[in-house]
Design a binder for this molecule. Structure first.
Ligand code: HSE
Length: 408
């Protein structure tokens, strides 16, 4: 039964903001029923005007109008970027308004502090859409999996790079060619750096790690490697090995140490994340009592992301005056040096096996040969070796064409 009118202010009328409006309009009746309130968008903050769009009557250009209106109880922040989002969100929480956001930069950098303010004010700071778009992953980590000690989170956390890698693999195309196609189709940004260099995935694994281990994981501490060095030839080798190459964000607890990294991985077709293709995301979580669990779905895009934001609005509406406890202390979690993490590597050298084998054996001992895909190249897979040791040996290989971490 609908009891009250609950006013919200939406900060940003871009892709996600307009999606939030659309989702609230499309499913108005069922959303209101689930929220126990009539959710009403009272204001939309944007620098622009939208003449001809019904949203125009709600558009304001001055944030203080929303902040100072006591009737607004929930703020939806979908502007992206750290500033001015951080200032706006902090002021909203300090004024006693719950905040729902899709902003991974904001959450990764200031999540612990904003959660603390929400707790002190008996309100909520919710961010389901900040990782995995429409895939439920924040709430499961915070609520459904609380009986477990999380031992590993590994995810394909970026839709753009997964689309590029999938297309390179399926169509045998080069990275640059596929990136251009992805930009033309609007999947990849004109400035694709945040996606292709792994920065987006890095912020997402930082958020998931902070939640899994209850402490602040600084994204600056996470070793991050993107997909720009992956070539069509690497894809051919992957096929010959019944494997695929994916960009993984990983966080693992080994004894009392936590290792985190973003990097391309060559994985066997049997791996649970191997079937996660195109713009889809997949997140694999391993808990000490539950075992393995997987989350799969659309990790980006207007409506999937808006669906997660609106679900947070419903949750905030159901918990007016009550803080949903989230364990994420601002105490920094010192990540272990990945130089100590052990890994197998796929390596390609110019020159055939005869030219290379003596040096390879001297450096790596026995290795596993990979069948010849390109004449005049030698490819092999090392045994498990510490990252630091590999880096040092790699520097002695002057004819190395590429190396990719191997997950099988
Ligand atoms: N650029 C991101 C992606 C959007 O491609 O996954 C969602 O965070």
């Amino acid at each position: 039964m609908v009891i009250n009118m609950l006013n919200i202010g939406v900060l940003g009328y871009g892709t996600v903001g307009s999606g939030v409006v659309e989702v609230l309009n499309t499913n108005q009746e069922s959303i209101n029923k689930k929220a126990g309130n009539e959710i009403n968008i009272k204001y939309v903050l944007d620098l622009r005007d939208f003449p001809g769009d019904p949203i125009q009557e709600k558009i304001v250009h001055d944030y203080d109008v929303i902040l100072n209106d006591p009737d607004v109880q929930i703020i939806v922040e979908v502007m992206g970027g750290v500033e001015p989002a951080y200032t706006f969100v902090k002021k909203a929480l300090q004024a006693g308004k719950s905040v729902c956001t899709s902003n991974k930069e904001l959450v990764a950098k200031h999540g612990a502090e904003l959660l603390e303010i929400a707790k002190s004010k008996h309100i909520n700071f919710l961010f389901e859409a900040s990782v995995g778009g429409g895939i439920p992953i924040i709430r499961p980590l915070n609520q459904s999996l609380t009986a477990d000690e999380i031992e590993e989170i590994t995810g394909i956390l970026n839709g753009t790079t997964n689309y590029i890698l999938t297309k390179m693999s399926k169509e045998g195309l080069a990275f640059d060619e596929v990136l251009k196609d992805a930009q033309d189709k609007g999947y990849a940004e004109r400035n694709p750096e945040a996606d292709v260099e792994g920065y987006d995935a890095c912020r997402k694994i930082a958020i998931l790690s902070s939640l899994a281990f209850g402490m602040q994981v600084d994204y600056e501490d996470i070793y991050t490697e993107g997909i720009t060095k992956i070539t069509d030839v690497d894809m051919k080798y992957a096929k010959a090995l019944n494997a695929s190459i994916k960009l993984f964000g990983t966080s693992k607890k080994v004894n009392d140490e936590v290792f985190a990294m973003v990097s391309p991985m060559m994985i066997s077709e049997e791996h649970p994340l191997a079937g996660v293709n195109d713009v889809f995301n997949g997140i694999f979580v391993s808990g000490n009592v539950l075992g393995d669990v997987m989350f799969y779905g659309r990790g980006a895009g207007k409506l999937p992301t808006a669906s997660a934001v609106v679900a947070d609005v419903v949750d905030a509406a159901k918990h007016l005056g009550t803080n949903i406890m989230t364990i994420w202390s601002n105490k920094k979690l010192e990540l272990s040096d990945i130089k100590k993490a052990k890994q197998k590597f796929f390596v390609r050298l110019s020159g055939d096996k005869n030219m290379n084998i003596a040096k390879v054996n001297e450096l790596f001992g026995a290795v596993t040969d990979v069948e010849e895909v390109i004449a005049g190249e030698y490819a092999f897979i090392t045994g498990e070796i510490a990252e630091g040791e590999f880096a040092q040996k790699q520097s002695e290989l002057t004819n190395m064409l590429n190396r990719i971490r191997v997950g099988f």
